[in-house]
Design a protein around this ligand. Structure first.
Ligand SMILES: C[C@@](CO)(OP(=O)(O)O)[C@H](O)COP(=O)(O)OP(=O)(O)OC[C@H]1O[C@@H](n2ccc(N)nc2=O)[C@H](O)[C@@H]1O
Ligand SMILES: Nc1ncnc2c1ncn2[C@@H]1O[C@H](COP(=O)(O)OP(=O)(O)O)[C@@H](O)[C@H]1O
Length: 289
């Protein structure tokens, strides 16, 4: 018996950092949604009491460092599961890109094993377990559109934003999330209009969403990675309605309503950026088959 799960990438429509906490984390408020660029995970029951991971991607560890492995281990130990599992990851989301690929794989593992092992756990319980793996995993468990607060694990679900096309471009150099947070200067930050973004989403106001895209982590990643700013400028020149860096970066996304315009942006970026994707905004959980 085996189970299939899709693990979509996320983008940040807003990302605000409020203050540094006494633990190693920052208190944040961010509106996130999902796009149709997804890893695919397969889960096979094993008789032996073992978690096996495989992925063809050379940047993804095939051992206990894999976030999917960590999610499976937490679930297995917490519910004393004696069966083992083999997890194969077909990696489509660029790694260390600000698109939460690893977190989404961990979340898909929690959803998939909940079904494979027939645990009947609620989304809330899976999200709580996910927060032990990483700050973005709870959001990824819901796999929808949401406001994420706390260190990212306090989730308030939102409706899907207005439908549009999303052009994603990832510069070659990956970014370490931890070092971006560490380098952030909290003085004189221009904060996003989080409430305004939520209202724009709720009223289906596409222009309102575009006008409010903002990510305070750009203040760290942009000066260190000139390519990110170049890609932003190129997307604007080619007709994007709005552009922003996702998460800690370095991936940049541009929003457009017409497919022809998305194609134009894609073609204009192909020359100097190897990894470019045109995808639909999803914003709600999609079941496979
Ligand atoms: C920036 C964001 C935005 O969605 O995503 P990515 O760019 O990684 O996709 C998230 O806040 C990242 O979430 P995630 O990648 O799950 O972070 P974690 O593994 O929990 O933490 C990695 C490190 O980032 C820092 N960190 C993370 C979250 C937070 N609220 N404050 C922090 O200071 C901590 O130094 C932590 O050790
Ligand atoms: N299943 C996984 N997919 C991708 N990266 C993973 C996975 N498991 C562990 N990692 C590690 O997590 C790090 C961050 O990966 P990722 O989630 O893709 O980036 P981001 O946090 O920027 O969205 C990578 O350096 C990678 O080695």
């Amino acid at each position: 018996m085996y189970i299939l799960e899709k693990a979509p990438a996320k983008i940040n429509l807003t990302l605000d950092v409020l203050y540094k906490r006494p633990d190693q984390y920052h208190e944040i408020a961010m509106v996130m949604t999902t796009v149709d660029l997804a890893d695919r995970l397969e889960f096979f029951l094993l008789d032996k009491d073992k978690i096996e991971i495989s992925s063809e991607n050379r940047f993804v560890p095939n051992d206990e460092r894999n976030l999917a492995y960590r999610a499976a281990k937490i679930l297995k130990e917490r519910y004393q599961i004696k069966q083992g599992v083999r997890i194969t990851i077909d990696k489509q989301i660029p790694v260390a890109a600000g698109l939460a690929g690893g977190s989404s794989d961990a979340a898909a593992t929690l959803r998939g094993l909940n079904r494979l092992w027939n645990l009947q756990l609620s989304m809330e319980t899976l999200a709580e377990l996910g927060s032990e793996v990483g700050s973005d995993v709870s959001f990824c468990v819901y796999d929808s559109t949401a406001l994420a607060e706390g260190r990212g694990e306090v989730i308030t679900e939102l409706p899907a934003p207005p439908q549009c096309w999303v052009v994603l471009a990832k510069p070659v150099q990956g970014v370490s999330t931890q070092s971006v947070y560490q380098s952030l200067n909290l003085d004189n930050l221009e904060h996003p209009d989080t409430e305004g973004m939520i209202k724009a989403i709720k009223t289906g106001d596409y222009d309102g969403v575009c006008n409010r895209l903002k990510n305070v982590l750009e203040t760290v990643t942009l000066p260190k990675n000139p390519e990110v700013e170049q890609i932003k400028q190129q997307m604007i020149r080619s007709g994007a309605d709005a552009v922003l860096m996702s998460g800690s970066g370095p991936t940049v996304f541009g929003l457009v309503q017409q497919e022809s315009r998305a194609d134009r942006i894609y073609n204009s970026l192909r020359g100097f950026c190897e990894e470019v994707y045109v995808v639909r905004l999803l914003g709600t959980h999609q079941t496979l088959d």
